[in-house]
Every structure is written in structure tokens, then in C-alpha cells.
Design a binder for this molecule. Structure first.
Ligand code: ADP
Ligand code: MG
Length: 333
């Protein structure tokens, strides 16, 4: 099967919306021609997935296709944008029609759910990798960004954190991952509806936002730097999967050592949840917006003044800064 037949297969199976007036010219010319809704800004992001690095070798082609769109949808969600169009650059070891069909099915799961249009891409031979460029729109004044967090703002996160990290750790240790964690690892659900609802809310309820993809502590540090603030996180409030399954104190080597679920929530990565800073006066509004889209939000800490450098500090239930592991987190300590 040649390159053009593969592209046509992709278009038919993962093309998303069939007719969209915003697409003046789609797949088939040298580039696509798109029109943005007046009054909105074009929001663009790109993420590449490389086999063995961004997904395990045992992921199905459908899981890989799903993931390529999910990670980009999460970035647009963090901007408050409505996703609309995507480009797909695919590098394949061979012209494998079965791979294309399965991968397209995974892409279509999210493309259809979010009314996306596949507007073009690229196809090359080489080691397996997928690059998606996702484009969307947000009313220019409403975009959520990493800058804007203020001292006294509350810090909130959507859903639960650390499930995918726990699944990955179990896989690496050769154990069977917890099914709930594994499902979250394999098929993350980007918080698109929450991001859009928050961007549309008046008065503006969120001062800064980011999607949690590389571990909460590290990602919150990006907000700290962009906003010129520090943060204080209460480890005991972190929403972890399987509520109540936290290791008891007796189960831990040291009383003040963080449990595994807490460590995964802070540093696991692959969560694709949103982290928000919210002025205290807007807390009720944000919780109402989240409830209206059926998304759980948990308050986990507070924005505090910068002491030396913008940083994230994590405290245990006794208010002791004992929750940071000695390795891996020096960066944020
Ligand atoms: P060129 O050689 O001019 O770059 P291509 O042959 O790469 O053109 O692409 C031809 C058309 O097919 C373009 O519209 C391009 O966007 C589209 N296309 C190529 N690869 C993909 C893909 N993986 N998914 C969707 N569209 C694709
Ligand atoms: Mg090309």
C-alpha cells in the first residue's frame, strides 16, 4: 500500500467531522486553509510520541493513536481552548494498513468526541513516531495561562493524580498494575470541557492553569516561575486513586516517609489533569463550574510569597516539610 492510499485510509477513519465550513481546503493540497472564528485567537500545540519513550511497546496501535490526540487535547484544555483541527505527522517502519486502521480508530475516539477535523500531516518511513499538531480557538481575553497566580490564591487539581505513575512503576517492577491505574495510564481523559467552561466563566475565576503531564510538583513549578510566586502543597489533601487505599503509617519504613500513592501523585507524570490557581473569592464559582461539567476538583494548597526562588514545597499532615523524597525532588526542595 502506498503513501497516498494510507493517507486516504487515515482521512476516512480518523478525519473527524466530515464538513466544517472553517476548513476552506483540507487534506490534498500543499497546505490546509482554515478560518478562525472572528474574535478568537488561534491556539496551537504540538506533541510527539516516540515508541518505547512515550508509550510502552505493548500499547496497541489504537492506544497509541488515542494517546497522540489525548496529550495534545490536554494542552489545549489547559489554555481553555475549544479544539477544532489537527495535523498528524506519522513515521512508520513499514506501510502497514492494519496499523493505520487500528491507530485511526484510537484517533477517531477523541476526534469524534471533540468534533475535530484532520486537516493534513505528513507520512515518512522510519522508527515509529506520531506527532500531532492540534489547533483550537479561545476568545483572546479569556485564555488561561501559567502567568497570573497571586499570593493567597488556592491551588486546585482535577480528578486524581498518580494513577498512571503507579501503573508505570508496577510495569517496570514486573508486577500487574492496579486496573484503575492502568486504565488511566492507557486512556487518559483530557479535561477539555473543564478548561473551556473555566475560560468562558465571568467574572474570570482562574488566575493560572497548567496541565499536569510531567508530575504535579514539576508542573506547578512552571506556574511559580511564570507567575513569580511559590506554592505550599498539603500532601494529605492530594487526590489519589482508590480513596482509602493509602498505606497506613505502620506500612511505611519511616513515619514521615511519603506513601507510594502520594509520591506518584507528586512526581508520577502522565496524569493529564488540570492544576489551577484560584483567588479565594472565586472558589465557590470555580467549584460550581467544575460541577456543571461533572469534573471533580480538589483543593491541595495555597500560593505563597517567594522566599528565594519560586518553588513548590510539600507539607505533611503535621505541617512538617517532610514529604519530599531525598532523590528526584531536590530540584524543587
Ligand atoms: P508534500 O509532499 O507537498 O509535503 P504530502 O504528499 O506530504 O505533500 O501530503 C499530501 C497531502 O496529504 C497534504 O495535504 C498533507 O497535509 C496530507 N497528509 C500527508 N500525510 C498525512 C497524514 N499522516 N495525515 C493526514 N494528512 C496527511
Ligand atoms: Mg509532506
Amino acid at each position: 500500500m502506498n503513501e497516498f492510499a494510507l493517507i486516504e485510509r487515515l482521512r476516512l477513519r480518523a478525519g473527524g467531522v466530515r464538513r466544517d465550513d472553517s476548513v476552506l481546503l483540507g487534506i490534498g493540497d500543499d497546505a490546509a486553509l482554515l478560518t478562525v472564528t472572528p474574535g478568537t485567537a488561534l491556539v496551537v500545540c504540538t506533541d510527539t510520541l516516540v515508541a518505547g519513550r512515550h508509550f510502552p511497546e505493548d500499547f496497541s496501535p489504537a492506544d497509541i493513536g488515542y494517546r497522540a490526540l489525548a496529550v495534545n487535547l490536554s494542552d489545549l484544555a489547559a489554555m481553555g481552548a475549544r479544539p477544532r483541527w489537527y495535523q498528524l505527522a506519522l513515521t512508520l517502519p513499514e506501510a502497514d494498513a492494519n496499523f493505520i486502521d487500528d491507530c485511526a480508530e484510537g484517533l477517531a475516539t477523541l476526534a469524534d468526541a471533540h468534533n475535530l477535523v484532520l486537516t493534513g500531516g505528513d507520512m515518512t518511513a522510519g522508527p515509529l513516531s506520531l506527532t500531532v499538531t492540534l489547533m483550537g480557538e479561545v476568545s483572546s481575553a479569556n485564555a488561561l495561562t501559567r502567568a497570573g497566580a497571586k499570593v493567597g490564591d488556592r491551588i486546585l487539581v482535577s480528578g486524581t493524580l498518580g494513577g498512571p505513575g503507579q501503573a508505570l512503576a508496577a510495569r517496570l517492577a514486573g508486577c500487574a498494575p492496579d486496573p484503575e491505574c492502568e486504565a488511566r495510564f492507557r486512556r487518559p481523559v483530557p479535561r477539555v470541557a473543564l478548561g473551556m467552561a473555566l475560560a468562558a466563566a465571568h467574572p474570570r475565576p482562574v488566575s493560572a492553569a497548567i496541565d499536569v503531564s510531567d508530575g504535579l510538583a514539576q508542573d506547578l513549578t512552571h506556574i511559580c516561575r511564570a507567575s513569580g510566586v511559590s506554592m505550599r502543597i498539603d500532601a494529605a489533601r492530594l487526590p489519589v486513586p482508590g480513596a482509602g487505599k493509602r498505606a497506613s503509617d505502620e506500612g511505611r519504613a519511616h513515619k514521615n516517609a511519603p506513601d507510594e500513592a502520594c509520591l506518584a501523585a507528586l512526581s508520577g507524570g502522565d496524569d493529564y489533569e488540570l492544576a489551577l490557581t484560584v483567588p479565594a473569592a472565586r472558589l465557590a464559582q470555580v467549584l460550581a463550574v467544575a460541577a456543571s461539567v461533572g469534573c471533580p476538583l480538589t483543593e491541595i494548597g495555597e500560593v505563597v510569597p517567594v522566599a528565594e526562588l519560586p518553588k513548590v514545597s510539600v507539607f505533611d499532615a503535621n505541617g512538617a516539610a517532610a514529604m519530599l523524597p531525598t532523590t528526584g525532588f531536590q530540584h524543587f526542595a
